[in-house]
Design a protein around this ligand. Structure first.
Ligand SMILES: [Zn+2]
Ligand SMILES: [Zn+2]
Length: 405
């Protein structure tokens, strides 16, 4: 295994280290080591994920008024969900022959500027017109990164949950308001870094608690009021005195909660059931280094937000089950071996430099493909032709590398 190596980031010109296990991963997926530092790579990926700036515009095919993450001056056509998924257009009509005289990135840029974009990133939703990056969900409003959930509003990163308002990363939960980082909670308001709690309010770092109020650092407790254990009747009497319908009372309680949080014992990381991890907000994961907001992951690094990924590096938004992912934004579901791709999921295998592709295998530098194999720049090849041309393109990219200005 090679030793660690110090490099200078091409973008910010600061030092960064490539660790021996990073080299091992790059060798496994046959890519050269990165020339940008992890932070610049993350910023670069985030530029490709506009979750919350939405526009009114028309669908360029059916001309209906729609909500989109692209404004009306966007260079490529923008189609609504139904039009984009219809047979009224064919992404292969935009296909090009690979040209060895110009760089690969100029060629992919040409394609990206012509192929119709999907107005909002999402898949199989019902009544989620105003929610971007939302999948398999129902009744979702302004809640990006919602997956398999129902009745969600003003939230972010909600998975497998229902009736969730104004919450962040509150998963496998129901009937929650103002939750931050939690799982398996039910009938709760104002909970942070808390798991498996029921009928509780204003809790910080609590696990498996029931009927608790304005308390911190509790484990397996019932009827704790302002961090004091009470008899059931006493607790219920005190709770009857609180009027959750009173705005003034709620404002005072929020102030009290914020100050109580400051005097609570702080765990060095918000995590549950993890082994060998660094970062924050990590649950049910192992060997996850510099990861934030991940669930059920293994052998991942430099990963912000996602779940069920094995063997991945440099990811911003990835939802599995999936494995071997590198430099991806919004990739994952049933994917294997996906490198340098955006918005490509559902049964994709061996994709490189693709955008908005699904159910496709062995495709390189393509945009908007569905159910395709062996395509390059949206042009169909025979298997043997594809297997001959891809190494030539990779050699061309190595001979003519992209250098930052
Ligand atoms: Zn940098
Ligand atoms: Zn349309």
């Amino acid at each position: 295994m090679p030793d660690s190596e110090k490099k200078i980031c091409q973008n910010c010109h600061k030092d960064f280290i490539i660790e021996p296990e990073d080299f091992k991963f790059y060798q496994k997926i046959s890519v050269p080591p990165p020339t940008w530092c992890p932070e610049c790579r993350m910023v670069r990926r985030m530029n490709f994920r506009n979750e919350r700036t939405l526009y009114n515009r028309k669908c360029d095919l059916c001309k209906k008024e729609i909500i989109s993450m692209y404004d009306k001056n966007h260079i490529a056509p923008v189609y609504c969900y139904d039009c984009w998924h219809s047979d009224k257009w064919n992404p292969m009509d935009y296909g090009n022959e690979y040209d060895l005289k110009i760089t690969f990135f100029e060629q992919i840029k040409n394609l990206v500027q012509k192929v119709p974009c999907l107005a909002l990133e999402g898949y199989k939703n019902t009544n989620a017109t105003y929610s971007n990056f939302t999948w398999l969900s129902k009744n979702v409003y302004l809640s990006p990164s919602t997956l398999s959930s129902e009745n969600v509003a003003y939230s972010k990163a909600i998975y497998y949950a229902r009736d969730i308002f104004e919450s962040y990363r509150f998963n496998y939960s129901e009937l929650a308001y103002e939750g931050i980082n939690g799982q398996k909670n039910s009938r709760v308001k104002f909970l942070q870094n808390s798991y498996e709690c029921l009928d509780s309010y204003f809790l910080y770092d609590c696990v498996n608690c029931q009927n608790c109020f304005m308390s911190s650092n509790l484990r397996h407790q019932k009827y704790v009021f302002r961090n004091k254990k009470l008899a059931k009747e006493e607790y219920e009497q005190k709770m009857r005195e609180i009027d959750f319908g009173s705005y003034e009372q709620i404002v005072d309680l929020i102030k009290e909660y914020e100050s109580a949080k400051l005097s609570s014992v702080r765990k060095f990381i918000d995590s549950k059931n993890v082994t060998n991890v660094t970062g924050d907000s990590i649950t049910n994961s192992k060997n996850s280094i510099q990861c934030f907001n991940i669930e059920k992951c293994e052998d991942v690094k430099y990963f912000f937000q996602g779940l069920e990924i094995k063997d991945g590096m440099d990811l911003t938004g990835a939802g599995g089950p999936a494995e071997i992912l590198y430099e991806g934004v919004n990739v994952g579901y049933q994917d294997t071996n996906i490198l340098f791709c955006l918005n490509s999921y559902i049964g994709c295998i061996e994709l490189k430099y693709d955008n908005q592709c699904s159910n496709s295998q062995y495709i390189f530098g393509c945009v908007g493909l569905r159910n395709k194999q062996y395509c390059i720049l949206n042009k169909q090849y025979a298997k043997e032709e594809y297997e001959t041309l891809v190494p030539k393109i990779i050699k061309h990219m190595n001979d003519m590398p992209y250098i930052d200005q």
